[in-house]
Ligand binder design. Sequence first.
Ligand code: FCB
Length: 449
Amino acid sequence: MANVARFPEGFLWGVATAAYQIEGAWNEDGKGVSIWDTFSHTQGKIADGSTGDIACDHYHRWREDIALMKELGVKAYRFSIAWTRIIPQGSGPVNPKGLDFYDRLVDGLLEAGIKPFITLYHWDLPQALQDIGGWANRDVAYYFADYAAVVAHRLGDRVKHWMTHNEPWVVAWVGYAWGHHAPGIKNTKVALQVAHHLLLSHGLAVEVLKDLGDAETKVGIVLNLSPVHPATESDEDKAAAHRNDGYHNRWFLDPIFVGSYPADMWEWFGQLVPEVKPGDMSIISRRIDFLGVNYYTRSVVKHDPQGGLLQLRGVHVEGSEYTEMGWEVYPDGLYELLVRLHRDYKIPEIYITENGAAFKDEVTPDGKVHDERRLNYLREHFLRAHKAIQDGVPLKGYFVWSLMDNFEWAHGYTKRFGIVYVDYETQKRIIKDSGYWYQKVIAENGVPL
Ligand code: FCB
């Protein structure tokens, strides 16, 4: 068929989730308490007062969820491991039942012909480690590497794709500077130290995963990246956009791929910069095999002397479509980002590890979910990825966020990102129109035009 934007053979179409957002079973089989258990159990932290105690009950329904993925035809599944199931106190004794759960999940996926892609840290730090300062404490980086070793030792014979962290920017800024996420700390200086320890822990875990792996083992990290555009062509707005890019994108990309923090931002942050020990930057910049990119939107910013540390603020773009998260739908940003990453950082392989959108979904009397806007969102983004591949970007796969509706952090269950609808009362799953459309894309390995 000519009317299809065909992807390269072997392109990995996938779906993504994260442990705390879907598993539930928050205190079963020896699991320890994580900072998200604590946070969601604290009144006033989650928009709808909900918790992840049950979530999608995936801990008990994983077989059904694998069957769902098989029906969709997905080739790969990105999920995260709950550190507290493996090492309940963060360091010290290992909980065999936790390892068994992921062992069964991995076997189930492989039987269904689905490649497991594991994220080791998707935000659910053991509370016991928060009690000693969390990521502000340098020791936690070393505990993370120990945890990585335990998991790799058990699953590394079957799992070949590992991601150390998910979105360290969010962990540091939203968790430790603004306090909207667990652990709810509001201290910018601490946040920058946290970001450094996250990067350090990444580098330490890369070494562990590489050492325990074989020739097929590929290790990467997932960053949330957004192109930043100035609201006007004024020099001030352009400088503001460059700063926003510096703190959001380059602050993580440069250490990992260049081995240093961006000099302009180091200067801008002044007294707030983290303590960096000799040798840290070479650990952080240890060569990785791939970068995972989470892309949802762009930022458009304006210089504003009252705009806090960065002296800028985001602006609303007249005429643009926005999602339920208040994020602008901007597919061209994905193309721009991919081309830039390829040009500036010479990354060996790239995966889109998350892309998707929250819209108001409802089950109509026909028992279906007609989520046309999500379908359009995905199609437009897939087409920009296709264009980037044609222009030479080594994009190897694409994980839609998310397999199913789930606990959207501080928004609770109020935002639905799934291509599968979840009725939280009954735990019934309903494949949305976007899910059926994705099924066709995967079967064709291309986007119908
Ligand atoms: C990303 C997170 C993911 C999900 C999406 C909507 O920042 O990695 O868990 O919440 O946003």
